[in-house]
Structure formats: C-alpha cells, structure tokens
Design a binder for this molecule. Structure first.
Ligand code: NAP
Length: 341
C-alpha cells in the first residue's frame, strides 16, 4: 500500500489526514521510489490554503483532497520498461512536477527517471530532500537573467531574500562562479549574510533598497513582490537581467478570475519590465515558474557530489506530526522542513 498525507480541504490552519491507497505502478521510463524523506516548501504551505487554485487547477493540481510535495529522496523499489539509469535498491533523490498525479508527501511515488539522480554515499536522505525543488527554481531564475559561468566572474548580483532557501543556494552557485553578491537579509540576519559569503549585506527596511548603488548586473528577488520595482531601479546600464520568484501570477488569477487575472498580470509585469528597460535596454526580466528541468538537476547533482550545495534543515518529523513541518514553514522559521514518511 501507499500511505499518503492529504489535505482534505483548503483551510488555514491546514486540515490534514493520512490515507492508504493501492501502490502505484511505474510506467515506461518511470521509477517507483520508496520515500525516505520529502520536504515542505513555502508553496506547499500556501497551496494547503487554496493558493493557486485557478492556474494550478488547469493542471489538475488544485483539487482537494490534495497530496502536496515536489521533493523526494529514497530507494528504488521497482521500475518500468526503458529505465536504464537506476537499479533496484539504489538510493536516489529528485523531483516531481506539479500535476494531476499528486505530490511527493507519500510513502511511495512514481518519478520519471529523467527527474531522478543517484544519491551520493555521503549525503543522507533528509539533507537531499531539501534541495531539488528550491535548487531547480533558483537555477531557472539564474538562467533567465542570462548569467552563466562564462560571464559571472566579477558580476555584481543583488539578492533579495538572501538568507532563505533560494538565496542561500544562489550564493552557493554564484560565489564559485566569481560573482560579487550584495545580500538583502531579514531582520537580525546581516552577519549571517556576510558569513554566507556576501560582499555586502544589509537588513531589509524602508530605506534599504534605495540606498544601494544602481550598478547591479543581475537582480534576484526571492523575498517580496512589493520590492520588485525598487530592485529594478538598482540595475546598472549594462545589466543582464532581473528574475523574481515572488510574482503575483497565481494570486492575480485566484483573486480576479481569468480575465482580470490575465489583465492584472500583464499590467504588473509590463510595469516592472519598463523600469528594467529604462535602466538597461538589453536586460531581461522574468517571472520564474518552477518546473522540472534536466539541466538544473545535472547542476544540482554536480554541486551535491562536490559538497558545494546544502541547506540547513530546521525540522524533520514523521507524517503523524506533519503539521509541525507546515507550521515551521508558514511561520518563516529558519531551515527547511522535511517529512519522514
Ligand atoms: N515561482 C515559483 O515557481 C517559486 C518556486 C519556489 C519558491 N518560490 C517563492 O520564492 C520565495 C523564496 O523561496 P524560499 O524557499 O527561499 O523561501 P524562504 O526560505 O522562506 O526564504 C524567504 C526569504 O525572504 C525573506 N522575506 C520574506 N518576506 C519578506 C519581506 N516581506 N521582505 C523582505 N524579506 C522577506 C525571508 O526573510 P526572513 O528570514 O527575515 O523572514 C527569507 O530570508 C518564496 O516566497 C517562495 O514561495 C516561488
């Protein structure tokens, strides 16, 4: 049987239950993984309350009862035809897309082999489960700005939300590439930002962003949509681009319906794009949307193998105490939240 964690209805605080269903069968190119650890990301805590119901509903990913989760670390239990990269009993980690089939908060999940990686011996499942979704989103954001190992040396990068999961991973990638980071941190987090390797670290506040120089090559907004315009005003004339993961796309559609949501999203995006273009005509501006990406997973595999990538785990609990993991994330407590089915 598969044991899964289900949200019975959209509610805050979340309404949680466990249920048992038939074990899923892996199809062609798919692997059945016995899950040892899976994480709770900020998106899970929001989706539990109904966030994203319209747009995610298009993919069948908003119907309650809902199984959430995108990250998986575990052991190969069986696989379908055409699977040639993994063996029975092998330790793996990887990603599920957000879709109709439900999420990774379960004892067993079926994962396409392209979204799985072999787990290195040194890494335990709890640590691995914290990484794939956050790393992939961060990688997509970096890629959309145009920064790469070929042009990152000496580039000045401004990160809003530098102490969060995405911010830390971005620093772990950009520092070895030779970029110079300015970190916008939460209250009391400035020293931590410097310890992570930022050249400059400031605490968020009303005067913080306007007081920064306007010469950044890349801006990453992992913290607050309301900061996006001010952040764009800090781009330099030869900037590569700005990416934000905290855009209002899902909220606009939830609040305003199909037409209103589309109109508001176009307006919101155009407003910031215009600021970006006024600062640097060639610069890119992107709203990052998570989706599994093979290039990102390969970069993750390399970073994990080389022990360059990790996130602090703040709480790791069994399913019967899952609410503690969701509370941890909703309260914005430090460190990732991991479930141990
Ligand atoms: N678009 C997508 O597909 C996608 C995918 C993944 C993540 N995301 C979103 O990207 C964001 C970052 O993800 P994460 O996993 O890094 O989250 P996280 O670990 O919770 O970190 C968020 C960081 O942003 C800071 N922050 C939050 N609200 C802020 C505000 N109003 N002003 C200034 N700083 C603020 C927090 O500072 P404190 O520590 O002081 O609270 C924290 O350092 C989340 O909102 C997440 O939902 C979007």
């Amino acid at each position: 049987m598969r044991h899964e964690l289900v949200f019975t209805e959209a509610a805050a605080p979340p309404r949680l239950a466990t249920r048992s269903v038939d074990l899923p069968r892996p199809g062609t190119g798919e692997v059945l993984v016995r899950v040892q650890a899976t994480s709770v990301n900020p998106i899970d805590a929001k989706r539990a309350t109904g966030y994203g119901r319209r747009l995610l509903g298009l993919k069948g990913a908003a119907r309650f009862p809902l199984v959430l989760g995108n990250d998986v670390a575990g052991v190969v239990e069986s696989f379908g035809a055409g699977v040639n990269r993994f063996a029975l009993g092998q330790r793996v980690y990887g990603l599920l897309g957000t879709g109709r089939a439900g999420g990774a908060h379960a004892s067993h999940v079926v994962v396409p082999q392209d979204f799985l990686l072999p787990a290195p011996d040194h890494a335990d499942p709890t640590a691995l489960a914290a990484l794939p979704y956050s790393f992939t989103t961060m990688w997509l954001a970096l890629r959309s700005t145009g920064i790469s190992p070929g042009n990152a040396r000496g580039a000045r990068v401004l990160i809003n939300g530098a102490n969060g999961g995405l911010g830390r991973l971005a620093m772990q990638v950009l520092l070895p590439w030779g970029s110079r980071i300015t970190a916008i941190c939460g209250k009391g987090q400035r020293r931590a930002g410097l310890e992570l390797g930022a050249e400059v670290a400031v605490e968020h506040g009303p005067t913080c962003i306007p007081s920064l120089p306007a010469d950044f090559d890349v801006v990453l907004n992992f913290a607050n949509w309301d900061d996006d315009a001010l952040l764009a005003s800090r781009l330099g004339p030869r900037a590569m681009g700005q990416a934000t993961t905290v855009h209002p796309l899902l909220t606009n559609f939830d609040r305003l319906g199909w037409l209103g949501g589309a109109w508001a999203s176009r307006r919101d995006r155009s407003r910031i794009r215009a600021i970006v273009a006024s600062r640097a005509p060639q610069a890119r501006y992107a709203w990052t949307i998570f989706k599994p990406d093979r290039e990102a997973l390969e970069a993750l595999a390399e970073g994990v193998r080389a022990r360059r990538l990790s996130l602090l785990v703040g709480v790791a609990v069994p399913f019967d105490n899952a609410i503690a993991a969701f509370d941890h994330v909703s309260a914005g407590k430090p460190g990732r939240a991991v479930l141990l089915p």
